[in-house]
Design a protein around this ligand. Structure first.
Ligand code: HEM
Length: 508
């Protein structure tokens, strides 16, 4: 039998005594990698890496499906900037507000690219649209266009129209929910139609009738995309699994359903061309047609790009807004004392027959604070993915170009240094001593830096108006005798609640 000492001696002899430099390089590289994986110590100027990576799987066995929760725990031992191996990807994790600030905010545009995860690439057809595109002159033009359109909806007549549309959709939701006569129901399909219709009103300029067949088909296509995005999530870490038929069929479903939604959008673009009035911008499509005819004409904005942008708003913007409302109603049912406080405040300010408007938000600080607490307590995007577009210094590390950077938003929004008793749902944490809303800089559910959510104002407006309208008209309760619903959520493209039943008891 060969003794260990003899074996080591033989290896040393073989590597160091042979004149081949390649053997030496190979030995050193293997040795350094072993040191890094076994001890977690960094090589060169990269942040330290978590120890004990498995071959191929990396740290996935210890991280599991909720990377945000795992990173939160690991951060206590390994600090707020570290590396992890997620299947085939090596990533740098920013695990605190300070790290996020030093990276995304102080780092300028260095973190402007997105990781080329399989699901992102599939959904965006290789980075078309804005949300999953890398930084480039084309991307900047598209984002600038999107920001301008949202700005248009942030003031003047367009703002008032949006306010009215949101109130009108919230009212329809109230009528439909009243029809259920307090019986248990799943809120998800109802709320999703409401938020989707509002987003469509900004993109296409009209509210669809709920019985419109074309709109119902698109809703189904969108649902299919969202569901299958969960199924292909595994390909983000193991792209080679795409050859497994069941996973591959999910990928095909995404492409096929997205093609159908794009065709719906293309028809609307053609309709708009026929009715376009340069003096009256109705929506995102009109704003696009204006760029086509005016001085700001951009070769980067095409019908195809516009269709991709519209679909990404309909999928991710809508999922996020609908999930936020579902979480909100679930927490009201779970915390009747908070629900009552919200309702008392609303009753003092708004007549039951008056529509809610965003202009009332300043008079409803506790209700406003409750909507912020919903976004803090269950951040819809608990992990935020970016990629460095060039080498960048981060604290005393140097990240090369193309480093995947994941920010743990969950930890930022649950850090006890900022949020006392972070696991308690407590809207009052957003109120100052005068009872006015106070938002700490660490509140980052919409991301940060140059790729921050472009729809955040609209998202907050929808959440406030629809949530307040529901509280104005109903008390939400869990069905009698039903088991306590899950509050951990399920991760797909976003962190949504697991399906739950609730009773909407009319208040008037
Ligand atoms: C409560 C609702 C929402 C939440 C929590 C949310 C959150 C986010 C987050 C975390 C990002 C990534 C930002 C980053 O990388 O720093 C993002 C990006 C984005 N969001 Fe939202 N979002 C919401 C609703 C919406 C809505 C309603 C729209 C539009 C109708 C929208 C449009 C976008 C777009 C276009 C991007 C991509 C920005 C880019 O990559 O440059 N979002 N959102």
């Amino acid at each position: 039998m060969i003794q260990p000492k003899t074996l080591t001696a033989r290896i040393t002899e073989r590597v160091f005594m042979t004149p081949e430099p390649a053997s030496l390089v190979l030995f050193l590289a293997t040795f350094l990698l072993m040191v890094r994986y076994l001890t977690g110590r960094s090589i060169g100027k990269m942040p330290p890496c978590l120890p004990n990576a498995w071959p191929i799987l990396g740290h996935l066995p210890s991280i599991g499906l909720r990377a945000d929760l795992a990173f939160t725990k690991l951060g206590k031992k390994y600090g707020d900037i570290f590396q992890a191996q997620l299947g085939t990807w090596n990533v740098v994790v920013l695990n605190s507000y300070q790290a996020l600030k030093e990276g995304y905010i102080d780092g300028g545009d260095a973190y402007n690219d997105r990781p080329h995860f399989y699901s992102y690439q599939l959904f965006s057809d290789g980075g078309k649209g804005t949300a999953f595109a890398d930084d480039s002159p084309a991307f900047r033009k598209k984002r600038q266009f999107m920001v301008k359109v949202f700005h248009h909806f942030g003031s003047g007549k367009a703002y008032q129209q949006l306010d009215t549309n949101i109130a009108e959709e919230a009212r329809k939701l109230v009528e439909v929910s009243k029809g259920l006569e307090g019986k248990p129901f799943d809120l998800q399909p109802y709320v999703t139609v409401t938020t989707l219709n509002i987003i469509c009103s900004m993109v296409f300029g009209k509210l669809h009738d709920y019985h419109d067949e074309g709109f119902a088909r698109v809703m189904k296509n969108l649902d299919n995309v969202t569901m299958n995005m969960i199924n292909v999530g595994v390909l983000n870490v193991f792209p080679f699994l795409r050859h497994i038929p069941a996973i591959n069929s999910s990928a095909r479903e995404i492409v096929e359903n997205k093609r159908k939604i794009m065709s719906f959008v293309n028809d609307i673009i053609e309709e708009h061309r026929a009715t376009y009035d340069p003096d009256h911008t109705r929506d995102l499509v009109d704003a696009y047609l204006k760029t086509q005819s005016g001085e700001g004409r951009s070769e980067f904005l095409t019908d195809e790009e516009l269709a991709h942008m519209a679909v990404e708003l309909m999928v991710s913007g809508n999922d996020a807004s609908s999930y936020a409302l579902q979480w909100g109603i679930l927490f009201m049912a779970l915390h009747p004392e908070i629900q009552e406080k919200v309702q008392r405040e609303i009753d003092d300010v708004i007549d039951p027959n008056t529509n809610v408007s965003i202009s009332l938000r300043q008079h409803l600080p506790y209700t406003h604070a409750t909507t912020l607490e919903i976004l803090r307590y269950r951040p819809l995007a608990p992990i935020n993915g970016r990629k460095t577009k060039r080498p960048v210094k981060l604290r005393n590390y140097e990240l090369p170009a193309d480093t995947i950077v994941l920010t743990n938003v969950w930890n930022i929004l649950h850090d006890p240094e900022t949020w006392s008793e972070p696991e308690t749902f407590n809207p009052a944490r957003f109120l100052d001593s005068e009872g006015q809303v106070f938002v700490p800089p660490q509140f980052k559910p919409f991301g940060a830096g140059r790729r921050i959510c472009t729809g955040q104002q609209v998202a907050k407006q929808m959440l406030f108006t629809i949530f307040t309208t529901l509280m104005q008209h109903f008390t939400f309760k869990l069905p009698e005798g039903a088991p306590a619903p899950d509050t951990e959520g399920t991760v797909g493209m976003m962190l949504g609640p697991k399906p739950f039943q609730v009773c909407a008891i009319p208040r008037h």
